[in-house]
Design a binder for this molecule. Sequence first.
Ligand code: PLP
Length: 409
Amino acid sequence: MTLSKLAESLAAPATLRLNATAARLKAEGAPVIHLGGGEPESPAPAAAVQAARAMLDRGDVKYTATAGIPALRQRVASYVEAEFGRPTTPAEVLVTAGAKPAIYAALVAVLDPGDEVVFPAPFWVSYPEMVRLAGGVPVAVAGPDGSHEPRIQDMEAAVTARTRMIILNSPNNPSGAVYSEAFVAGVMDLCERRGLFLLADEIYRRLTFDGRIAPSAVRFARDLGDEGRVILVDGVSKMFGMTGFRVGWAVASRRIIEVMGNVIGQTMSCASSLGQVAALAALEKDTGYVEDLRRDLQGRRDTAVRELTAIPGLRLVPPSGTFYCLPDFRAFGADSTALAAFLLEHTRVVTVPGVDFGREGHLRISYCGPAADVVEGIRRLRWALDPTSPREIQFGGAVHVRTWERPGA
Ligand SMILES: Cc1ncc(COP(=O)(O)O)c(C=O)c1O
């Protein structure tokens, strides 16, 4: 059977693939620790659950307008205005079934076949594949060794006559990096000078640590009106632990929102009405949920950094936000896919190969799971990689003996 060459060339997202492997091993009774997750473990805000339950009780779960229920569009506009002090109207808001469709609709709205989209590496796994699906060509720009932020001159050098958009994701999945003000302002300026769109994926913006504020592209844009070129993407998935409700949004000029709305209308109709009322309740009644989550993640980050930096040979740029970090494991082998498979086999710990994020030799480690799992998972990694660690270790109710050769040894 022949299917579309483009569709067949798509990679299944590494993160989802690993979730499936971890679930299978767990079901078989293996003592799996999942350091590959992508969502906070805390339940959704009570107000969100109540709002969804009340709607279910009424049984009135129908289509909404393509761009979202008016109250949520209004609420997002007010939220953006309050966050950035820049006037925003509901007509500049498109509600989507998670942030992912907002990003995809933006790409479809902007790209013609062969147009290029530039983004920093490491990058979120879905950007290259979504760009290709939308007919474009992904162009990743790496930072200098040991940094997760490219130099602005390298971003500029990657821009050609075919470039239509730059994507910035800060705080960044997978590195946890928060880009500097100079970098975000520089990229915004580059976009304005060269007539490019800037897609600012700020879904982790409120999850930053040590008082650090993630500079938003919105703050540096000269024009946010009808000629504005910034497409801001955000949503409730991460900051409210509401990944399964599937609600995100894009904020951009009315013209961009109208065209993106047509893309969504013809393909996905609208976000779930249930998810939308829940998201509205979370945004309206957020009495400290996001701050509690942020503080909790900061504690887990501290634990993860402490445990990871105890592994001799591992190098880590400490994350300033999100719930991920991207340690450099090159001392233990250049092939991150092989290393992640080795660690899963011998320690039953799930990590995500850095090669899927454009950073070979690194592994993405998530610390959004239970703190005890973060400690135990990293303890097992150290056992597997540190030649001075004991030959025997106990986990999953059994003693494990090191009978294999450590990679890179
Ligand atoms: C950088 C980034 N953007 C967008 C998304 C998608 O979010 P959603 O679940 O709201 O579609 C994710 C999810 O992992 C992400 O990490």
